[in-house]
Write a protein that binds this ligand. Sequence first.
Ligand code: PGA
Length: 252
Amino acid sequence: MRRKIIAGNWKMHKTSSETGEFIGRLWDAMGRKEAHCEVIVAPPFTSIAAAVDATRGGAVKVSAQDVHWENQGAYTGEVSGAMVKDSGCSHVIVGHSERRQWFGETDESVNLKIKAALRHGLIPIFCLGESLEEREASKTFEVLERQVSRGLDGVQIASPDRLVIAYEPVWAIGTGRTASPEQAQEAHAFIRGGVGSLFGRELGGNVRILYGGSVKPENTRGLMSRGDIDGALVGGASLKIDDFMGIITESA
Ligand code: PGA
């Protein structure tokens, strides 16, 4: 049984004080007890300390949004896996399409970052997904195949709970256009098959694959009812308590 995960990717939103306040309210909205699913928030680096502080004693986990692949060194502006781990994060988002699009992230750098995350005891939330152009050219599965095989090349995964995958079709991110449950399910099943052929059926069958791209309370139930969709990576709707809580509730 794969326990669902609802993760909020806050991108470049929320200061430390806004983060502390939001998590306090979220925990109250959760009835101050563990939800049916794992709940994760990914604030910007500067708000991680406040997030970790606010989640202490609760059941909300904290993720970073990126990590560098080296353990340390002359990399101005970057943050290492050791630093992310030390800050109290359990997870780190790797390979988000905005990083691929705006910050030159490639399948190769994503691969190095996944390895760095695992090396430091962090669970990578490995993002992948096709662009609109690629979908329209019927290249979706070719792209997913490439992203899975290059992203996970040479990666060692001790157990299925050490890795989370997020299928995020680029055309659905922040656009209000969600993949239909059928489109998402088809992609998820394909990705699961790919993970299974790399790491064996046991791991493929148990790894959690989240859907991301304009997830809202209204479309959560339809998506979550599909067999291979194990939760959501939520951008815009994770910034408001009612919407984020609505998604948590609807995913049960
Ligand atoms: P969105 O973003 O929910 O705002 O579309 C999802 C994501 O980028 O992870």
